[in-house]
Every structure is written in structure tokens, then in C-alpha cells.
Design a protein around this ligand. Sequence first.
Ligand code: PEP
Ligand code: MG
Length: 520
Amino acid sequence: MRELVPEVGGAIFEALRMILEDVSFSDRVAEELAKGMTAEAAIKLVVEEYVLRFESMSDDYLRERAVDVRDAGQRILRHLLGVDHEIAEVRDQAVLVASELTLSDLAAVDHSKLEGIVTSGGGVTSHAAILAKSMGIPTVVGVEGLIDSCGEGDEVVVDGNSGTVYIRPSEEVIGEYRRLDLDFRAFQRELEDLRDLPAETTDGHRVAMLANIGFLGELSLVDHYGAEGIGLYRTEFPFLSYRDFPSEEEQQKLYRRVIEEMGDRPVTIRTLDLGADKYPSFMTALEENNPFLGWRSIRVSLEVENIFAEQLRAIVSSAGDAPLRIMFPMITSVEEIRRAREIYADCLSDLASRGIVPNSAIELGAMIEVPAAVLRAPQIMREVDFVSVGTNDLIQYTLCVDRDNGKVASMYQPLHPAVLQSLEMIVTAAHDAGRRVGMCGEMAGNPVYTVVLLGLGFDELSMGALYLPVVKKIIRGVSFSDARRVADEIVRYDTVEGVKGYLYAQLRELGLIELVETFS
Ligand code: PEP
Ligand code: MG
């Protein structure tokens, strides 16, 4: 596991070991033994108590750690009962069906043969789901009633795109999916041929194609799909899997791995974006009425300065002379950037006094993901070397729509005229000030929006590596002048419906609609 997910693998097994060594855990077991319970029954009881405690936590991430506790319990029980836990040999083209899947389960099977994974429990942020995703295995989680309705040898179709699972499907369904699968693979191969070609329009305008990563395991995909660099490294992801704050040295090792792997390609490291929905287990989540409007992201970094400085030093000292960029998340004011820069300058002199010569070419940038930063974009540009638009947050803050609330999901509209106008304002401000402007929110990797983003003038698009080929194909299939015409026109529509109608008509006219529909 260390090979696959270096930062998570070790931490998970370490977490299991800690549960086993926890005195209150063994004391509870001893208490039950003293009452006359068998060892097996005592372990089962105490593990279930721990599981319940985790499951009642309000934080998604911590709740899903119940799986790890249960995993530890099951391992002890297997030893006590002398049961061999042989996972049946995985046949070619197998689908793994489980009530819950732990990282150690996934480590025990030959995942190169896995065509799909389906679980009844677990969430999308479970480590196994994240790992399966980074290995490119279609995975559907949270399928209720799964275990009772299928068994060994059943045929199963796993549609990771729509999140649908067919158990013992009819011949028609199988036939249809065989055809879809063939088409998709042929299409993927065709797209992969684009790997080393630039994202250049038919009239010679180029856009840099970068990848977003959270875990080191994703670096193999970055290479596979030919990213020109990393546009967003979400450094809080590895923090979420550590049991304690990673030390400066531990962080340095992580950043070094990414930088070395990317060679002379640029790497954008985003400083910690903790808080709101992202709390590591070693931090206590604050009770806040509106966590997304609360103590999160750069606000945490500027308040807990020593942690921020530690991270900045770890980044700078791992840079060597690589083309590195540091990006500050959730900037709402010029003051925040100035304060971040001051702390950064202190870190540089600190390192210099230790004989570490900082890489003077490191660029500093801001994420634009709050409406205040859009309105003040011209002023913000003067303080930074580059900006990158985080549409996931920008859309939720501009439209006042929680990005994770199903009830208002239909109002979360990337094509809302207010969002498009914001994007136009940001690009204009950046280019007026001679700054490069990128986008690293999910919008950048959705082919529906590619022509618009191209036409608006984004210099860089950063996305999940899997989407690079299709977005590149669209860019290579259109002229910059057509894209500009579409972008100029689209901002004139008053309604989302109007915008969408216009965009889809244009995509049809430009011969791009089929490509867009296959991938969105
Ligand atoms: C964003 O908000 O668009 C973004 C890229 O950051 P995150 O999704 O990590 O909040
Ligand atoms: Mg964000």
C-alpha cells in the first residue's frame, strides 16, 4: 500500500495498530472477560461499541473511519477463531461486491483484474473509494440491499458514470453495455493518442493542460493522460489521513515526491484549505452555524501562523530549482495576501539563515473563489504572480447554493449569467495586469464548458487527469476565433435557460456535441 498511496497506506495500518494498543480498548475487553464472556464475544462487543462511537460522529471523514475499526476487530476475530481469510482468487474481469471495503481488503486482491467495485456501505470519501478511483476502477458505493441480492458467479454491470448497478442483467442490458464499453474503450484509445499533443486550437492558440491531485497515487494518472503540470495539489488531503499533524520533514517528503515526479513541469501547491467540510482527525471541528462562511482555509492559516509557516518552509525547502508555484486558497482581501506574503518572506529568511537557499523563481498566487475577490480582482492581481479560479466555491458563494446540498442542487448552475460575468471579470483583470489566469474547479474538466472557457481567455485549465484528453480534443477541434465569438455572445443572455440553449446550439454547429455528450 505504501507504493500505491504512500501517504495513506502507512497511516491506515498505523491507525489499526493504535486501536489495538489502546489501553481503554484492551481494558474494556478485559472487563468483559472478567464477567465470563468468551474472548471472541468480548472483542465483538467492544469493537461494535467503538464502531458506534465513530458512526455517530458528525464529520463524514471520521464517520467513515468506523470501517477501519471494524477491520481491526475482524482481523482479531479471524485469529481467535483460526479462520483463514482467503479472499477467493480474483478471476479475470471480476466485480468485487462487499458490504464494506477496507484498504487492507483492497490490498489483498489482485486489483489489476478488477473491472468494478460495488459496496453497500462506505462513502465516496472512504479511502478505498478514493484509491479505487485513482486506479481507474469503476466504483459505486452505497447500494442498499446489495449483499442479499447477489452472489458469487452472478453477472454484474457496474456503471460508474451514472452510479447504476445491474445484478443478473438481461441479455439486452448486457448487449447494450458491451457495445457502450467497446465504444468507450475505442474512444479512450483515440483520446490517449492525444497524450503528447498540445491543447492548441485550429488557429494556433494554446492552453496549458494541468492536473488536480490530492494523493500521490494519482501521479501515475497525471503521466498517463499527459498533464503538462499540476495546477492544484490539495495538500489538506494527505493531512486528512495522518493521525497527527505531519511534521515539516514529513510534509517535505510528500512535496519532494510530487516535485521530483513532475521534473521540469510546473507544480502548483495549494496551502492548507482546512475547515468547513475538511477536518483532520487530530483537529476538533468547531461548532459553527455556517462552517462554509466560518473559520476555514486561509483564515485558519493566518491565525495559526506556526502551522502555516511550517508548511511554507516545507514547500520552499523541497523546491530545489523546480518551477514551483504556491497558491493561497479562499482569498477575500488584499490584506490577506499581503499578510501571507509577509509570513512567506519570514520563512525565506529563516531558511536562508539555515543555509537553505530558496528557489527565487517560486511564484505566489491566489485562488479566486469568493465574490469579493472577483469584485477586487484588479487590485488582487497587483499582489500576485498568477490566479486560479476555484469554481466549486465561487459558484456556491455567488449563487448562495451549498455545493453539497441535494435539495438545492438544481440551483447550482455553472452557466448562471452571474457566474459567467464573474469569470469574464476575472480574466479581464488578470490580462490587463499581465497575469496568467487558470481554472482548477470542476468546471474546468467538464467538456460542456470548454469552448466557453477557451473563448473567455483562460490560459490554463486544471482538472482530474482523466478529463484531460477529452477537453484537449475539444480545444483541438475548434478555432479560437469561434470560441471567442461564443464567449462574447453567451454573456449577453439573461437566463440560465437562454445561456444553455445558445451554448448547445453552438456546440452542435461546431460539430462538438457528440464528444461533449459522451463525457458529461
Ligand atoms: C474550488 O473551490 O473550486 C477548488 C478547486 O477548491 P476545493 O474544491 O478544494 O474547495
Ligand atoms: Mg475551494
